[in-house]
Design a binder for this molecule. Sequence first.
Ligand code: GLU
Length: 239
Amino acid sequence: MCGIVGYIGTKEAYPILIKGLHRLEYRGYDSAGIALISDNQELNVYKTKGKVADLERFAESKDISGCIGIAHTRWATHGEPCSANAHPHYSSSEKLALIHNGIIENHEELRELLKSRGYVFNSQTDTEVIAHLVNWEMRTASNLLEAVQKTVEQLTGAYGMVVLDREHPEHLVAARSGSPLVIGLGIGENFLASDQLALLSVTRRFIYLEEGDIAEITRRTVDIYDANGQKVEREIHES
Ligand code: GLU
């Protein structure tokens, strides 16, 4: 399980996300990627095999604007280390992007189900099934939070994940089961990471998600729901 960083606020997300990934490099990884919703509402996804510095070289001539984004360092469990298998994964004409730490044990059945629904897979990872499942659930859910709630009910395995929706750049949705996630609280901005170490240069206030928690995070708010869908309060820790 490797590194997750997320940001939503008014600052440029790219330098914050890249710095967070660098702080998680000690864990070891084989590829890195980033997804940003740009100033003109495009979802830009850049990913590459290799180091975070390789990702920076890859992205430097591209549009890295945007005040919301997610970034990942991958330790391959399903599928070789390569840019296609690196996270973020996305679904349906790059509308949703998703990063994931952990292993989805029932990914083969879900892959067959999603293929029968017409989804085309671009990677060999277990993670890509989650992106397409969220996309499928978005068809009937009233919002991204509900789509993620319906998705995780279908997953067997371990995950810490964060989802970005180009059509709703006002929030990120994160879910945790078997793989840690921490929310970093700012003023007019909020952060996410798999390890608070990634965020120590930007905040000292943290909420640790508990098993089964799903969080909807905006610039100014953090709403957390437990595995039963009940809204819950989690303690804020000062580090
Ligand atoms: N199982 C996922 C993959 O192989 C996530 C790996 C990780 O935790 O970095 O892409």
